[in-house]
Design a protein around this ligand. Structure first.
Ligand SMILES: Nc1ncnc2c1ncn2[C@@H]1O[C@H](COP(=O)(O)OP(=O)(O)OP(=O)(O)O)[C@@H](O)[C@H]1O
Ligand SMILES: [Mg+2]
Length: 346
């Protein structure tokens, strides 16, 4: 299948470039609705960054994380000793730094790993990372640490919650030491809301919203993929600017399929999901419908404290609504969700 090239995101890339041009001083949280293109933006950025940046990218999505050890394992990329190879083992930090390739975790060897695991202390891991980053700086380059899907460690405990230790570490790397750029991406808006209300992070981080494409970017994308004006109206009307869906439609188009039939089917699937969700939550069904009725006439609302936060959290967890704590807005996760909501409340 033909690959789909990276589209748009000039503003977001500019914002990130400005962050990278300055001395590290804040943690950057990249957030947005599901399938809005956060990971793709990060991957593209990594590809495009000049050599002077050494990027450590860790995506926790596919990692199984229930303990400290598992988190440490997912963070570090153990230097592999290929059997029979005459390759010299990397013993020093400088040698490890020189082995960094694009889109890799943090390199480590057996000796350092033993130290990092010793006594189950996050401190050991963090002091190793600091040394490694200092080595990067000594080589005249800038370390950039990117953690995707950080909410996955939300429940991991070492004494207290690991996430707090990690945030303290990030603050140390940015605001205190100005040593590395830190980016954290998440599609979990409840997790982000917790972060947003976290006193220890106040004034120590910034938020970058990566939302679905706007109409202009969507129309340009569809035009690039040979959509007629009528097809563009249909695609935007059903899928809005969600890259995840647009890619699906572009591939359908490529395969010569009927776009209108496809979007009808997509909507039908979302509606089915809603029906089962309501069926499984009989006791709260009427409250759910009440809350969703706000979207009968508008696409987004401001959060107000008269709203039932538990019910809202439930609908966010169900991936029906997206909560943007920074702008205090709530909207359906996608245009398809909005249409399904309207269908349900009719
Ligand atoms: N700027 C873009 N240009 C072209 N395709 C894109 C772009 N952004 C996203 N996509 C496509 O949309 C799909 C979803 O993108 P991606 O996985 O990056 O979203 P995400 O926001 O990280 O999702 P999640 O919420 O699951 O973490 C992918 O198939 C990706 O290839
Ligand atoms: Mg992602």
């Amino acid at each position: 299948m033909k690959g789909i090239e990276f589209h748009n995101r000039e503003n977001e890339l500019k914002a990130i470039q400005a962050i990278l041009d300055a001395e590290p001083s804040l943690i950057t949280f990249i957030y947005g609705p599901i399938n809005s293109g956060k990971t793709t933006l990060i991957s593209h950025l990594i590809e495009e960054l000049p050599e002077e940046y050494v990027v450590f990218y860790i995506n926790l999505r596919t990692k199984f994380l229930s303990s400290y050890d598992e988190f440490i394992e997912s963070l570090f990329e153990m230097e592999m000793e290929t059997e029979g190879a005459l390759k010299k083992r990397k013993e020093t930090l400088a040698e490890l730094v020189s082995s960094v390739t694009k889109v890799a975790g943090i390199p480590i060897n057996k000796e350092f790993l033993d130290y990092v695991f010793k006594d189950n202390k996050p401190k050991n891991a963090f002091s190793y990372i600091i040394q490694l980053f200092e080595e990067v700086r000594a080589s005249g380059k800038h370390p950039v640490l990117i953690l995707d899907e950080l909410q996955k460690i939300g429940d991991v405990k070492v004494n207290g919650f690991l996430i707090y230790e990690l945030f303290n570490f990030f603050i140390d790397l940015t605001k205190e030491k100005h040593l590395a750029h830190i980016f954290v991406a998440t599609s979990d808006s409840l997790f982000l809301e917790q972060i947003y209300s976290e006193a220890m992070l106040e004034g120590r981080c910034r938020y970058l919203l990566v939302d679905d494409f706007d109409y202009e970017a969507t129309a340009a994308f569809l035009e690039k993929h040979g959509f007629t004006d009528d097809e563009t109206v249909v695609a935007w009307g059903y899928c809005g600017g969600k890259p995840g869906y647009l890619i699906e439609l572009a591939n359908m188009k490529l395969g010569g399929e009927d776009i209108t039939k496809k979007v009808d089917k997509m909507l039908e699937e979302v509606i089915s999901r809603f029906i089962f969700m309501l069926a499984r939550n009989k006791e709260t069904k009427s409250d759910i419908i009440d809350m969703l009725t706000i979207f009968a006439t508008v696409e987004a609302v401001k959060y107000s404290d008269s709203m039932d936060i538990d019910l809202l959290s439930f609908l966010v967890k169900q991936n029906i609504l997206f909560l943007d704590p920074v702008n205090r807005t709530i909207k359906p996760q996608s245009r398809l969700n909005l249409l399904a909501i309207r269908e349900m409340i009719r």
